[in-house]
Design a binder for this molecule. Structure first.
Ligand SMILES: [Zn+2]
Length: 252
């Protein structure tokens, strides 16, 4: 049975360049990716993009980080609308996986009430921290929807066949994770925010802010090893790279 990957750009976020590349100035507009992995034993969404409530209420939902980011989520760009174009309904999704719980990665979680959410236990714990919620790092309206939560520790093979495997890629946040998908054409690593841009990996050019920069460097060196062994790395927020990614069609 075959497996396919679908990539979607679910709107855009504009923020300070230094937030992506330390030392740079100005603003940078980046895509907000989400993915569908269609495995014979179930459909998996990796990251859910922005909260659709941001269209009306960005200042309130973003809270203190509203002054740092501009968000743009067109009417047909949210993950559910893009799945609908493939005749896939939210109830068809078995697992929602979050790389981490920042607003542009789990804002659509509430659109999948019947899915089981898979997240690293240490990320789930960090996201409950009142201080981190108060400063807008984590927002319960993005991820607290009463779904069943599968808290995992480290590497996790979702279907037990080595084809959809979560990899701990800590550093950006306490419990960031990436997803390795074994496609017929070879392995793909959906990096998410452990590697924002191609130049993050090429030059180890880190963002200004991270939970733990040493951990982030270690993670990037692991990504380099996987890349040297033939894995295609999908960078988390790279505008140029994302122009080359086929949208909403099967990557096999
Ligand atoms: Zn993030």
């Amino acid at each position: 049975m075959t497996i396919a990957l679908y990539a979607f750009t679910c709107g855009e976020v504009t923020g300070f360049r230094e937030g992506f590349l330390e030392g740079e100035t100005g603003r940078l507009t980046v895509p907000v990716p989400a993915y569908l992995i269609d495995h014979p034993r179930g459909k998996v969404i990796f990251d859910t993009g922005l909260n659709i409530g941001l269209r009306q209420n960005a200042a309130k939902l973003l809270g203190p980080v509203a002054r740092d980011f501009d968000v743009d989520l067109p009417a047909d760009a949210d993950i559910v609308s893009q799945l609908a174009a493939l005749n896939i309904a939210p109830r068809d999704i078995r697992y929602v996986v979050n790389s981490h719980l920042h607003f542009d990665h789990c804002g659509g979680n509430g659109l999948f009430p019947d899915a089981t959410v898979i997240v690293q236990a240490r990320e789930w714990r960090a996201a409950q921290h009142p201080k981190l919620q108060a400063i807008g790092t984590y927002s319960p309206h993005d991820f607290a929807h009463g779904q069943s939560i599968m808290e995992i520790e480290g590497e996790h093979d979702i279907f037990g066949d080595g084809r959809v495997v979560l990899l701990p890629t800590f550093g950006h946040t306490p419990g960031h994770q990436s997803l390795r998908v074994q496609l017929p054409s070879g392995p793909v690593v959906l990096a998410a925010d452990c590697c924002y841009l191609k130049q993050t990996l090429d030059h180890l050019h880190l963002p200004k802010f991270a939970y733990d920069k040493d951990q982030m460097r270690t993670t990037l060196m692991r990504l380099r090893v996987m890349q040297s062994e033939g894995a295609r790395i999908f960078f988390g927020h790279d505008p140029e790279f994302w122009q080359t990614v086929p949208q909403g069609t099967a990557i096999t």
